[in-house]
Design a protein around this ligand. Sequence first.
Ligand code: AMP
Ligand code: MG
Length: 487
Amino acid sequence: MKALDELTFDNRFARLGDAFSTHVLPDPLDEPRLVVASDAAMALLDLDPAVAQTPVFAELFSGHKLWEAAEPRAMVYSGHQFGGYSPQLGDGRGLLLGEVYNAAGEHWDLHLKGAGMTPYSRMGDGRAVLRSSIREFLASEALHALGIPSSRALCVIGSSTPVWREKQERGAMVLRLAPSHIRFGHFEYFYYTKKHEQQAELAEHVLNLHYPECREQPEPYLAMFREIVERNAEMIAKWQAYGFCHGVMNTDNMSILGITFDFGPFAFLDDFDAHFICNHSDHEGRYSFSNQVPIGQWNLSALAQALTPFISVDALKEALGLYLPLYQTHYLDLMRRRLGLTTAEEDDHKLVERLLALMQNSGVDYTLFFRRLGDESAALAVARLRDDFVDMAGFDTWADLYKARVARDGAYSEEQRRARMHAVNPLYILRNYLAQNAIAAAEAGDYSEVQRLHEVLTKPFEEQAGMEQYAQRPPDWGKHLEISCSS
Ligand code: AMP
Ligand code: MG
């Protein structure tokens, strides 16, 4: 276990130089205070969790103090936002403080979000408010606990610094961890500005540090792109299987590592709704729940375009062609497991599609349905769940197909079925209204609800005593909360 001053830095991205990022010092927040910290994320840096309670922790992650070996940099990138190209983006309110490596030899970027103005702030104030910082923190750690690849969050530090949004709020910072903060938009920036030399340097950097195994392949860059395609297909399959809506899948918010990244207005589905739009600013529904699948491919093609200096168009097209079939394989595999099936049959996709259509019609809670389906034998579970469906006859038809399918799958005890299904069907997810309750308490100065919710979400598959209130459908007020970009 390390103390805070024992972190070891190795700032590989900063060493790429001024064409890639700009040195900027964090602009500190007033009266910093710890809101919440993640012990699991602390462990990634070998940090003793107790150090989160020391005053210097809040000072470090609110911009008051800096390690001598840190090199805070604002990265430059661009990207396609809502389908249109924005030639100049970059870290407008976040700073890469440096890269820390742990005892296992892993490097982790320390990225401080809400750290003040940078050359890329455009019209923004460089700040993040408490509300959005808490949301990012909770989502990062909740996604990870669900087994969905994601950037991580070390802590949220609150403050008394006023920040203006629709009303006056308080500034906060979230410390984000990821093995890299390089986005699709980094490649697009150097491609569209025709900075060929730097683009080659960036590609070498990513290949060497993050895809070293691709070096062994006859065409290393192509192998790397293929791997990125595969990781995205798998990540998005997990989003769809667990009802996660990212909200702003612009190419500047897509990680080169295929991890969930920069998800401001995200939501987990309450009622199943394929057309759900979680981002209040997304008027056309470009990033609606079901559109995430084709948008994943669209984003990969935008990256492919930026990689044309290194890879032939034909090879890129072929690699892009892997996306949909891979997505479908991963998605179906997960959905089979959510249904408690251990074998594969040709028509399983129909079983899933029919169920989702029935859930859509009746507004059935997506998370609780699967959890309850695993509570008892298939016959007893469907008999109990049918009351949630308006089209009961339709559900009965599905239930008969399901019971027959379960019977063909094999003979299992109820115990085995429950254990297997509960291991993949969470009881607790980060519902918007739960986040909202925790945020309201935090805005009034009480951080205990954020901390409790975080704790519950670190073990989403385990029933936790006394935590029933976190496994409920939303009350009416919590069903249609409006969340928009960049807060
Ligand atoms: P996002 O929608 O959070 O992914 O942000 C898109 C772009 O806007 C990025 O370049 C951000 O750094 C920048 N940005 C968002 N909010 C702010 C802010 N409050 N101040 C400065 N830049 C911001
Ligand atoms: Mg962003």
